[in-house]
Design a protein around this ligand. Structure first.
Ligand code: HSE
Length: 445
């Protein structure tokens, strides 16, 4: 029976989950002809009390020293942070030690260095848990979809923001109360602004883009917007317009160029993504051969993440090589040029705080004289004031910004209008289908 010695960097929420699972599955490992023994742990505060017993493990405070010198067969990195984690991971790979990492921040920023080190020594690098926790999307892209032409990959990939939006919308919690609840449940990053500002989702998108399109686009190179500008009025208006708001990370090929972005989006209630709630994540892949493929599962939390880490460890223990690079060169000539979000066109949701519903027709006809068709409208009055919500047909973002600058000066518009992109640019078709179902006729074009 082979016994593999594990080194663990970090023993917070996920690390402790892994220690519990190693104990729980100990007999399963043996049934499959190997054993896993945690021998070394590096943590910031070695003396801190933990819910797991580390008394038989060598505990230190230096992750890089562990990675460089410890007698281990697999390094597991769940410590978070960037530079130190990257240095430790690369050091282990350069010793030929396979690395399992849940650290999207370090991976997304240092991917080239990890890959070079892994290639140099032929060491495996696995990071299933770094992207959408328990959804096996990395393995699917690496292997099951290796030869697939992919045109779109998108979804809800941050559990914390999805949990916050769900609780605000469905349970009426304030943003702060929902965030505190997400933190108590172990969903948030050590610095929750990484979740709220969309950075965590952007890091995961970098990993998805790398696996789906074979292209490394660091997270700071695409449009990233979090949920802090989403208001209760937005949620109520979206609801009235038959939509829900989700933080969507997505990449797509538009006219031969790659667009990647993270931003809140209105999702029509008929779409599967609209029903992905709480800490669940979902990823949708589109391609010409198969049209659409959906993955749904828990995207945050101790056991979903630790379990994905353990499955990566077991892959190595069973001798499955995990390629560091996409194994197959895709149909797109590499690298694809970047298509910035602000140069693209979307359908938009607009939110205007207004004096009264007397100005609604004026706002709509102003937009229509500017050739921006309004497809749906809703009006709400909450304790805070009167709000108009509109959904426009497809319009270029630069042009929309220009029009909003004019709209904010219209009498009766009380504050700067805000917009949220729609997830789909075929909203007109959806409106038509709804109208047909309702009235039995199509909308006038
Ligand atoms: N903070 C992350 C999230 C944890 O909420 O999705 C899982 O990556």
């Amino acid at each position: 029976m082979r016994t593999l010695k594990l080194g663990l960097l970090g023993c917070g929420v996920v690390g402790q989950g892994l220690v519990k699972l190693l104990k729980k599955h100990h007999d399963d490992f043996k049934r499959n002809g190997f054993d896993l023994k945690l021998t070394h742990v590096a943590v910031k505060h070695p003396q801190k009390a933990r819910e797991v017993d580390l008394s038989h493990v060598h505990v230190s405070a230096d992750p890089v020293a562990l990675a460089k010198t410890a007698d281990i067969d697999i390094l597991v990195e769940v410590m978070g942070g960037r530079e130190l984690a990257l240095e430790a991971g690369v050091a282990a790979l350069l010793r030929g030690i396979p690395v399992v990492s849940a650290n999207k921040a370090a991976l997304a920023r240092g991917l080239s260095r990890y890959i070079e080190a892994a290639k140099e020594k032929g060491a495996g690098l696995a990071f299933e848990s770094a992207c959408a926790a328990h959804i096996p999307i990395i393995e699917a892209l690496d292997r099951s979809l290796a030869c697939e032409e992919i045109s779109v990959i998108k979804g809800v990939v941050n559990g914390t923001t999805n949990y916050i939006l769900t609780l605000m919308e469905r349970a009426g919690l304030t943003f702060d109360a929902a965030l505190a609840d997400a933190t108590a449940k172990g969903f948030t990053e050590a610095d929750p602004s990484l979740d709220v500002d969309g950075i965590d989702a952007a890091e995961k998108l970098t990993l998805l883009v790398f696996k789906a399109f074979g292209q490394y686009v660091p997270p700071d190179q695409f449009h990233t917007e979090g949920i802090s500008r989403v208001t209760k009025a937005d949620m109520a208006l979206a609801q009235a317009l038959n939509h829900r708001i989700k933080l969507i990370a997505g990449a797509r090929v538009v006219d031969g160029k790659l667009n990647a972005s993270v931003h809140p989006a209105l999702i029509h209630k008929g779409e599967l993504l609209a029903d992905v709630d709480s800490e669940f994540n979902a990823i949708i892949i589109e391609g010409p051969a198969f049209k659409e493929l959906t993955f749904l599962g828990k995207g945050a939390g101790q056991l979903p993440t630790a379990s994905a880490v353990l499955n990566d460890v077991v892959k190595f223990a069973r001798g499955n090589p995990t390629p560091a690079l996409p194994g197959f060169v895709k149909a797109h000539p590499l690298p694809l040029a970047h298509a910035p979000t602000k140069h693209l066109a979307y359908c938009y949701f607009l939110r205007l705080k207004v004096l009264s519903n007397g100005i609604v027709d004026g706002v709509v006809s102003f937009l229509e004289t500017q050739n921006v068709k309004v497809l749906s409208r809703a009006f709400i009055s909450n304790g805070d004031g009167e709000y108009l919500g509109l959904i426009t047909d497809v319009v270029k973002e630069s042009r929309l910004n220009h029009l909003l600058n004019t709209l904010k000066r219209v009498d009766g518009v009380l504050e700067d209008p805000a917009f949220i992109r729609l997830d789909k640019d075929n909203y007109r078709d959806i409106v038509e289908l709804e109208q047909r179902a309702y009235f039995g006729s199509s909308l006038e074009r």
